[in-house]
Ligand binder design. Structure first.
Ligand code: GNR
Ligand code: NI
Length: 173
C-alpha cells in the first residue's frame, strides 16, 4: 500500500473530466487500496481518483465515525435526487476552507463495487453529500465553485501564497 499525493486547488488537473473505468481488475483494486490509505491518513471521509491525478470514474468514501464503513463506487451514476441538504463542506484539495453548500438530501446511485458487481443504493445524510461532492470531482468541479467568485479568488490567492511560503527558503529566515 502507498499513500498518494493529493492535488490542491487551483491545480488545473483538478479540472479534468474523468473517463469510465474499463475493467475492475487487481490493478484497479491496488489503486483503491492506496486511495483508502490516503483518505484515512488525511483524514477525510471521501476521496475521488481525480484528487490523486487518476482521471477515471472512481471514488472511495467512509462516513462512519470509526472507519468501519468503507465504500467503493466505480462508474457511479445518480438515478434520482430528492430534497435539499445544506452542509458545511471541506475538501482535501482545498485545505483549511469550509463553507456551506446546498445539495440534494437524498440520492439513489448505481455503481460497480470492487468486485465489479452492479449495486443500486439509496443514500442520505452525510453519505449523500459526500458522494455528490466526490462525483463533482470526477467532473472537474470543486465545492468552491458553488461559492461567490470573490470568495473563490480569496481562497485561491491564500492557497497559492501559503504554498509559496512553505516551499521558499526565505520562509525559514
Ligand atoms: O473529508 C471530507 N469531508 C467532507 C465534509 C463535508 C462534505 C464533503 C466532504 S469530502 C472531504 C474529503 C474530500 O475532499 N473529498 O473529495
Ligand atoms: Ni473534495
Amino acid at each position: 500500500m502507498a499513500k498518494l499525493r493529493i492535488l490542491e486547488f487551483p491545480d488545473p488537473r483538478l479540472r479534468t473530466r474523468a473517463v469510465p473505468v474499463k475493467a475492475v481488475d487487481d490493478r484497479l483494486r491496488r489503486l483503491i487500496d492506496d486511495m483508502f490509505e490516503t483518505m484515512y491518513a488525511a483524514p477525510g471521509i471521501g476521496l475521488a481518483a481525480t484528487q490523486v491525478d487518476v482521471h477515471q470514474r472512481l471514488l472511495v468514501a467512509d462516513v462512519s465515525p470509526d472507519k468501519t464503513g468503507p465504500l467503493v463506487l466505480i462508474n457511479p451514476e445518480i438515478l434520482q435526487k430528492d430534497g435539499v441538504a445544506v452542509t458545511e463542506e471541506g475538501c482535501l484539495s482545498v485545505p483549511g476552507y469550509f463553507d456551506e453548500v446546498e445539495r440534494a438530501g437524498h440520492i439513489r446511485v448505481r455503481y460497480l463495487d470492487r468486485d465489479g458487481q452492479t449495486v443500486e443504493q439509496d443514500m442520505d445524510g452525510l453519505l449523500a453529500v459526500c458522494v455528490q461532492h466526490e462525483m463533482d470531482h470526477l467532473e472537474g468541479r470543486l465545492f468552491v465553485d458553488y461559492l461567490s467568485e470573490a470568495k473563490r479568488q480569496r481562497i485561491r490567492k491564500r492557497l497559492v501564497k501559503d504554498r509559496r511560503t512553505v516551499s521558499s527558503p526565505v520562509a525559514v529566515l
